[in-house]
Design a protein around this ligand. Structure first.
Ligand code: GDP
Length: 224
């Protein structure tokens, strides 16, 4: 008998974004406190997933964090990757403008595959490359605001912002009980997203980086 053992909450978080923005590196930095030195080719490292435990706001959280493991190089991510996600970390590289300009496409994909209540955060990675920055912090923040996402800049290399990014997503998930309440504690897989659509690779790309959005991610809706 334990004295009111805290509930175990299972969270599934996905990393998405262009190839080479640092998704695997963020995951390794967060889960293993590890940094694999970048080589000149800036090749994708490719990790599948990691499971970590966290204590957040008095709750025990079992986090499974998924990396695309390079699927995005082929411009498509299968809809099954998104299934059951409660949190999404959308990553771009602050020193690579193309990775920022690809965000509307990624956001459209999210609209297709995950429900509005799924927690989303935008992370501008490689903050240590200030000398070759191509996207200002303000641009990143403005885009995130328009999309109804949280935002921060980080560096998998120096660790800055990494823990905070994951922590913010988990906290927001915990504030949204409909994402986890009915499935916590059992260790069973979750299925919070709507995982709409079956076709892989049909990405409606109608969101611009500048235009205001309508009706995005106002949360509050139950996706279970
Ligand atoms: P992914 O394809 O998005 O998973 O990207 P990877 O994690 O494989 O990283 C691609 C390349 O960027 C590798 O050479 C990494 O070492 C490098 N990289 C990742 N994160 C950072 C960072 O924060 N700063 C710097 N300078 N390089 C990074």
């Amino acid at each position: 008998m334990s004295e009111s053992s805290p509930e175990l909450v299972n969270c599934k978080i996905l990393l998405i974004g262009n190839s080479s923005v640092g998704k695997s590196s963020l995951l390794l930095r967060f889960s293993d406190e590890q940094w694999l030195p970048e080589d000149e080719s800036s090749a994708t490292i490719g990790v599948d997933f990691r499971v970590c435990k966290m204590d957040v706001k008095g709750k025990k959280v079992k986090l499974s964090i998924w990396d695309t493991a390079g699927q995005e190089r082929f411009r498509t991510i299968t809809s099954s990757y998104y299934r059951g996600a409660q949190g999404i970390i959308l990553v771009y590289d602050v020193s690579n403008r193309d990775s920022f300009e690809a965000l509307p496409r990624w956001f459209s994909e999210l609209e297709t595959y995950v429900s509005a209540s799924v927690v989303k955060i935008l992370v501008g990675n490689k903050l240590d490359k200030e000398f070759s920055r191509q996207v200002s912090e303000e641009e990143g923040r403005n885009f995130a605001e328009r999309m109804g996402m949280q935002f921060l800049e980080a560096s998998a290399k120096t660790s800055v912002g990494v823990k905070e990014a994951f922590q913010e997503v988990v906290e927001k998930i915990l504030e949204t009980p409909e994402l986890w309440a009915s499935k916590s504690g059992s260790g069973k897989k979750t299925s919070a997203s709507t995982s709409a659509g079956g076709a892989t690779g049909s990405i409606p790309g109608s969101i611009s980086l500048d235009a205001p959005l309508t009706g995005e991610d106002e949360s509050g809706g139950c996706s279970c």
